[in-house]
Design a protein around this ligand. Structure first.
Ligand SMILES: NC(=O)c1ccc[n+]([C@@H]2O[C@H](COP(=O)([O-])OP(=O)(O)OC[C@H]3O[C@@H](n4cnc5c(N)ncnc54)[C@H](O)[C@@H]3O)[C@@H](O)[C@H]2O)c1
Length: 333
């Protein structure tokens, strides 16, 4: 196996968890980092207290604020930047890409704000043509903090080039981290982006104190709507029921600490407040919901559950309970 550096664009929660995993390969692992305090923490203490506290990184994991230095000589690149910034970072990186690169792994989950495509497809569109076949997307239920603890985790890695997918699978797999593979890049990208709005719906069930029957109903309807999106977009409908769809939705929508789930819970809970007053920081599911609604209209698919979430996010009066209305008027065929 190669001894060339591995570059990770981003030095946040997921980037750091991946760095811990990849460090075991004894290859230099370089994180591209824009925050001075994070870089200083790494340089002085080999730690990242801001994004992944409690871990010591081996000396061959380093950070740099220079994207050129991060990418120099790298054969494998991971992109772990939030969806709103990822295009800018790739455009900044583009002059330093070379034909030495053997894989580019997109970890970002989201829809592009204009094209409504999953982020991995907008990344593909701006990569140099010679690199496109090396692009993969990493989906599945993988919370960074659990990955860092070596808790058993299953990814779903999708790419069009089998050799690249197998290479990345080998990079990531350990005794506790497993990687299923797929060629359905579109489906994995879409399912990964759509889980957040549906996690808000599952949080609303918690806020309304609805027990297991109701949550199971909402979870199943969510997976069916994700499947409609994937099929109408030209992907493989089975992806919705696998690790990147159902798997990621379970982890995002049922895990107590999940931000999107918590947001849904607080939004309709006893202390029901206006969304802006919840002070939960960035909740990716909020912009993702309106983008997903637009995409559903474009694809001409019916997404009643998503529409109910959208309605709840837009409600202006505390007494309105559009989610209860949705559940009580549900017509199953
Ligand atoms: N955290 C997880 O458990 C997890 C798991 C799987 C996938 N993801 C996905 O990974 C992506 C990143 O999530 P995260 O939780 O690591 O986020 P994070 O907020 O912890 O970290 C984001 C990183 O991106 C960097 N960044 C932001 N804008 C930048 C810019 N313009 N230039 C350079 N760097 C910039 C930040 O400095 C930070 O290092 C998201 O799309 C998320 O959905 C996260």
């Amino acid at each position: 196996m190669s001894k060339a550096p591995i570059a990770i664009l981003g030095a946040g929660n997921m980037a750091s968890a991946l760095a811990l995993n990849l460090a075991r390969l004894k290859r230099p692992v370089r994180l591209y980092c824009i925050e001075e305090d994070v870089e200083e923490d790494f340089r002085k203490h080999q730690q990242n207290s801001r994004y992944l506290a409690g871990y010591s990184f081996p000396k061959h994991v380093t950070t740099s604020s220079s994207i050129a230095a991060t990418l120099h000589g790298a054969e494998d690149i991971f992109i772990a930047i939030p969806s709103f910034a990822v295009e800018d970072v790739i455009l900044e990186a583009k002059p330093f890409f070379t034909k030495k690169i053997q894989s580019i792994v997109s970890v970002t989950k989201g829809l592009h704000h204009e094209t409504l495509q999953p982020i991995v497809l907008s990344e593909a569109a701006i990569l140099p043509v010679y690199l496109r076949k090396h692009l993969c997307t990493l989906g599945g239920p993988a919370i960074a903090n659990e990955l860092a603890k070596n808790s058993p985790t299953g990814f779903l890695l999708a790419g069009s080039n089998k050799a690249t997918v197998q290479r990345v699978k080998k990079l990531l797999e350990t005794a506790t981290t497993k990687c299923a593979t797929s060629s359905d890049v579109l489906g994995v990208g879409l399912a990964s982006a759509l889980k957040n709005p549906y996690a808000i719906a599952l949080g609303m069930c918690d806020g309304l104190k609805l027990p297991a029957n109701a949550k199971s109903l909402v979870l199943t309807l969510a997976v069916e709507e994700i499947q409609h999106f994937v099929v109408a977009s030209g992907g493989d409908g089975r992806t919705a029921f696998g690790l990147a769809g159902l798997g990621d939705l379970v982890v995002t929508g049922l895990s107590p600490s999940g931000r999107n789930r918590t947001y849904g819970e607080l939004l309709v809970g006893a202390s029901s407040k206006k969304p802006a007053d919840l002070e939960l920081g960035t909740v990716e599911g909020i912009p993702a919901t309106s983008l997903a609604v637009k995409l559903a209209r474009r694809l001409k698919i019916q997404t009643l559950l998503l529409d109910a979430v959208d309605h709840c996010l837009r409600k202006t009066h505390h007494f309105e309970q559009p989610f209860v209305h949705y559940l009580t008027h549900l017509q199953l065929s």
